[in-house]
Design a protein around this ligand. Structure first.
Ligand code: SF4
Length: 172
């Protein structure tokens, strides 16, 4: 299985997080923004117009990490096309981003679980869950939608929850 890139590369993304994510005016965000609506600070070249002031004015954006989902949706699923030049792609791109982010997050958590004191059986399950997600397989928007509502991500959530239980209750 090929390694997938779980590090965000904003230079290869169609600014999807600045469109998809909703936020409320708070200490972390300067105003309300609805989901799937381009942020008013987003420039036409997909850069943040207040990037140098983000940590003071919009710290919530600094904390967000798509784990590489943005560039993968932009470059792999949509082959470099963008909602910028093809507005009809806005909906499909935002849906694909949501699903891809869940996939990358699940892989990241399963990879991190390797550092826990797992039993042999738990580690086998961990590896089989990663394999079942087929994280490196190129997917269509339809397949991503199915993935989001399918059993693979649910199985990951149940597995990770079972690990939490084990950590909370130390063996005597
Ligand atoms: S403030 Fe900047 S980084 Fe945050 S959503 Fe808006 S354009 Fe994106």
């Amino acid at each position: 299985m090929a390694e997938i890139d779980l590090t965000a590369d904003c230079s290869r993304c169609a600014a999807l997080c600045c469109v998809v994510l909703p936020f409320d005016k708070s200490d972390a965000f300067g105003f309300d923004k609805a989901a799937d609506e381009p942020c008013r600070h987003l420039s036409g070249d997909n850069r943040c117009a207040i990037h140098s002031q983000l940590s003071q004015a919009f710290s919530g954006c600094v904390q967000f990490d798509c784990h590489g989902a943005g560039q993968r949706v932009s470059q792999e699923v949509f082959e470099g096309k963008s909602w910028r030049t093809e507005p009809a792609l806005l909906g499909p791109m935002t849906e694909a981003f949501r699903a891809m982010r869940k996939l990358h997050e699940a892989v990241l958590l399963l990879q991190a679980a390797e550092r826990l004191p797992l039993t042999e059986a738990q580690d086998v399950t961990r590896q089989s869950l990663i394999a079942a997600l087929e994280p490196d397989r190129k997917r269509s928007t339809t397949e991503l939608a199915v993935l989001e509502s399918g059993q693979s991500l649910k199985a990951v959530r149940l597995f990770l929850a079972s690990l939490r239980e084990g950590i909370r209750r130390p063996r005597r």
